[in-house]
Structure formats: C-alpha cells, structure tokens
Write a protein that binds this ligand. Structure first.
Ligand SMILES: [Cu+2]
Length: 523
C-alpha cells in the first residue's frame, strides 16, 4: 500500500534539498542570493556570438512565486559582458506568444538594430529569431530591455557591462552589478488600466484630516488651494509600494541579496535602474559612495552619502568598506512606499540594521513648475483660478502655449509648466535634507565624459527641442547621447550644463533646453 504523501512536506523537502539548484535555475550567478562578485571567468554571456531566448517563466520573490518574462531562464536577464572594439552578434529568440524586442539602452548602434518596434524595425514575431549585429564603440555600464508592450515590467531587462579597450581608468578590486527594479503580482496591464481610471488609486499616503489636526503636512490654506487646482502634493509616484515589491537583482527585500567583499577592497557597484516607474534614493549607511560613472560616461569622482537614480539611469560607485561587518544597501522608493534592500558583507548570512522608511516628501509649488516666491509682487497671489485642464486662465494654465513659444502644441504635450526653472543644482525630491548629494550642476559629475561622448559629438549641433516638465519624465532619445547645453527662457538663467548622457531625470518643475548632437557615429 502506498504511503499517503503530504504535499506540503514534499514541497518543503524539495525546496530544502534543491534550493541551490532551484536558485541557479532562474537566476544568473551574479544575481544569486549571495554573490562573490563579477570574477573571471564570468558567469555571464560574452563573446562575439550570443543567443538570448525570451520566454515566460516563474520567479521567486521573498519566497513567493511570481509570473515573469525572463531571458535564458533568468530575471534579470543574463549580464552581457563585452569589450570595446569587438563586434557582437546577438541572436534573440522570441519564445513568447506575442511580439517582443530588445533595445540596447545607451549603446551606439546602427538604426536598424536599435530595437524599437515600429520605428527602427518591425519587432520580433512570436517563435522567430532576430539577429542584432553591431560593433562595440564604447565602454561602461548599460542595460537592455523589451520595447514591446509592458514586458519590461515583468522582468525583461538585463545589464550590459563593456570593458574599455585599454586599461580601465576606474580601478577596483571587485565588482557587483546592482539592478534595481519594481515587480508586481498584479499584471502590468491591470496596473495601467487602474492608473487610467484613477491615477491616485495606489497612493495610500494621501493627506488626512487627522494629519491636518495633528499639524502634519500642508496647512489648511495650502490644502484648499491645491484641492482647487486638482493637484495632490502626495502624488510622488504613480504606482507605489502598495503594488510593487522593489528588487535588487531580482530579489525582494526579505531575500536579502548579499554582495561579498573583503574589508579594505575598493568595490565597484554598477547601479542600473531597470524599473518601470520607480525613482530610487540610494544609500549605504556607514559608507560613502564615490560616483565614478554616470550613464556609461566616466566622471570626476564625486563623493555622496546618497543619490537619486531615475528610471533607466546607470551610476557606478566605488565603496571601500574597511570594517569586518555587514552594510545595508537601501534603495528607497522616492515616495517612501517601500525599499529595495540588499547587504554588503564579508561573509554570507550576515545582515545589518535596515533603516525605517523615511517620511514621504510633499510636492511643492516649485515641483509643479509654479513657484512664484522669487517673482516680485506675486507672493500672495490667489491661485484658486488656476486650471489644470484646457481652459484659459492666463499664464498659470498648465497647458498654455504662451509659456513655451517654441513648442508645437500637439497631443504629445500634456502639460507645460507655467514657471519652469533651473533645478540642476538641487538634490531631487525627497533628498532635501541630505547634506551631500549628487547634483547635475557643480561639481559637474557628468563633466568629464569625453571618451565616446565629448569629442565625437562636437560636430553638427542641431537644437531640436525644448522640454518642459511637471512630472518626472525620462528624456531618452533612442540611439542618441544628448548634450544638455543651456536654458534660456524669460528670466531663467542659463545653465551652461555640459553633460553627455543617454537619459536624464528631469526634476519636477524643471525646464531644460537641450541639443541633440549628431556625430558620424550616433544614429
Ligand atoms: Cu531604454
């Protein structure tokens, strides 16, 4: 007679016996729970001929299975490690039942291989293969992701590390890739639908009457003013920790992904924000972060205690932990609704204190591009007549073409800040209290760049656009590096910003004029 089998026991047994193997099955080695770092030979895909297979799969987050789309069976997708000067052929097999694609974020590639369906190629049909082929003309930290539907949200993203042709000017004893992302048990389509119906439906940090009575957040007058304008100062992130788990290399905060180091080592952390919607504030309490690269461009080292990373940005930081102890890597969502958490430790199984989530920031008039405190005679102005829709109420209308004479008012222009201003020297929303932060202005973290950026891109400057923002968009022109040069609107001082980047997080209420600089190499 057969013994009755306890299904739970069976599962438990299987989990215990096969935990190492099970992990290996859905996670690349550099992203497994405890990672020794990127060591040679690298547990990654490299060489001139690489095959990537896109397919649906399950991934485990904080011990719970979740639906995902991965590549070669893993989320994040495999680390692609290349060398400047080589050629690469990437055969992308689409095993999904829908179209897919891969966009190589920040790589200078011929147009037809940029991977944006409907623009540079038709996309990769189900059960078919597309081969990308291009020379590698740059070095640095980049990433790749789907440009089809909402697949990126489900895990279709991975890191790219390109080693320079010569010696790397950034010396380190060990490296780790830190892919930050957001993942939800709710399907991205359902989240999108919810956002369309009620943009604030996932915000559980709104102001309350109890808060008003206790003297928290905005005073009554501001609340009434903002209410009249139909603006919510707690609208910091659209999708929040109510729907998302924030991940480090595919691991939830409770998984405690651990990066190993030996005390005294210079450890290079390659941060990539591969999330769909989340801006992170990143810090490692007890360690200074020396930012040495931004969006793949080497920069003059800037030491910070915390930095903000927008969607699609990459930053490389050097940390030098000297103590024989664990440190917590905190990637706090900008609205403080949750955090990505990992540990840096000399040995596996260690953990440091995890700081509590800080108080969520409140948006200000400045964030809405309507700060008038610097304008004489306008301090006490009653803004109750302001309008968020399409009707005219003078220049404080949120979509008044007079506020952006150079912009054609087409359906792509959602809002125009009435009072945009230069905020490149500011720390970013939620970091107002931080002493040392990464600014886009002096000390010019982006300034050095140079290699694949600076020199090549000096020719043929063509100003094509002006960007005005009230919500954090990411500026990203595919296949281009941008040079943000100057800003020149009524009374707004010139930034004189000179940075080369593939994406740039616009601070709320900031206005930027930028030039796209074409070179013979950038398509
Ligand atoms: Cu991208």
């Amino acid at each position: 007679m057969n013994e009755p089998i306890d299904r739970r026991q069976l599962l438990r047994g299987a989990t215990l016996a096969g935990s190492g193997l099970a992990l290996a099955a859905w996670m690349p080695a550099w992203a497994q729970s405890v990672s020794p770092g990127l060591t040679a030979p690298l547990p990654i895909v490299s060489g001139e001929d690489i095959t990537l297979r896109i397919a649906r799969q399950t991934m485990m987050i904080d011990g719970r299975p979740s639906k995902a789309i991965g590549i070669n069976g893993t989320v994040p997708a495999p680390l692609i490690r290349l060398r400047e000067g080589q050629n690469v052929r990437l055969h992308v097999v689409n095993d999904l039942d829908e179209d897919s694609s891969i966009h190589w974020h920040g790589l200078l590639v011929p147009t037809q291989f940029d991977g944006v369906p409907g623009i540079s190629f038709p996309g990769i049909k189900p059960r078919s293969t597309f081969t990308y082929e291009f020379p590698i003309r740059q070095a640095g930290t980049y990433w790749y992701h789907s440009h089809s539907g909402l697949q990126e949200q489900l895990g279709h993203y991975g890191p790219i590390v390109i080693d320079p042709a010569g010696a790397d000017p950034i010396q380190s004893d060990r490296e780790h890739v830190i892919v930050l992302s957001d993942h939800s048990p709710i399907s991205p389509e359902a989240i999108f639908r919810r956002m369309k119906v009620d943009p604030g439906s996932l915000n559980f940090q709104k102001q309350t009457l109890a808060g008003l009575l206790a003297g928290r957040d905005q005073p009554l007058k501001d609340r009434v003013d903002w209410g009249r304008m139909r603006m919510d100062p707690t609208d910091i992130s659209d999708t929040t920790g109510a729907a998302y788990t924030y991940l480090v290399n595919g691991h939830g905060p409770r998984d405690n992904w651990t990066a190993l180091f030996t005390p005294g080592q210079r450890v290079r952390l390659r941060f990539i924000n591969a999330s769909s919607m989340t801006t992170f504030n990143v810090r490692i309490p007890g360690l200074a972060l020396s930012i040495v690269q931004a969006d793949g461009q080497n920069v003059m080292p800037v030491e910070v205690e915390e930095f903000q990373i927008g969607v699609a940005e990459t930053y490389d930081a050097i940390v030098t932990p000297v103590e024989d102890r664990a440190y917590t890597l905190v990637g706090e969502a900008v609205d403080r609704s949750g955090m990505a958490r990992a540990t840096l430790a000399p040995r596996a199984g260690m953990a440091a204190d995890v700081p509590a989530l800080r108080k969520r920031p409140l948006a200000t008039m400045k964030d809405m591009g309507m700060d008038m405190s610097n304008m004489p005679g306008m301090e006490g102005m009653d803004m109750s007549g302001m309008n968020h829709g399409g009707m005219e109420y003078g220049s404080m209308n949120m979509r008044d073409p007079k506020n952006a004479p150079g912009v054609a008012l087409n359906p792509g222009v959602q809002t125009i800040s009435p009072m945009p201003m230069d905020r490149t020297g500011e720390p970013g929303q939620g970091l107002e209290g931080v002493d040392v932060f990464l600014s886009h202005e002096a000390p010019r973290p982006y300034f050095v760049g140079g290699r694949s950026g600076g020199r090549e891109m000096d020719a043929g400057k063509t100003p094509i656009n002006e960007v005005l923002a009230t919500m954090k968009p990411r500026l990203h022109l595919f296949g281009h590096h941008h040079r943000f040069s100057e800003q020149d609107r009524q009374g707004v001082r010139s930034v004189g910003l000179d940075l080369v980047s593939q994406s740039y997080l616009v601070i709320d209420g900031e206005s930027l004029t930028y030039q796209v600089v074409s070179s013979p190499h950038a398509h």
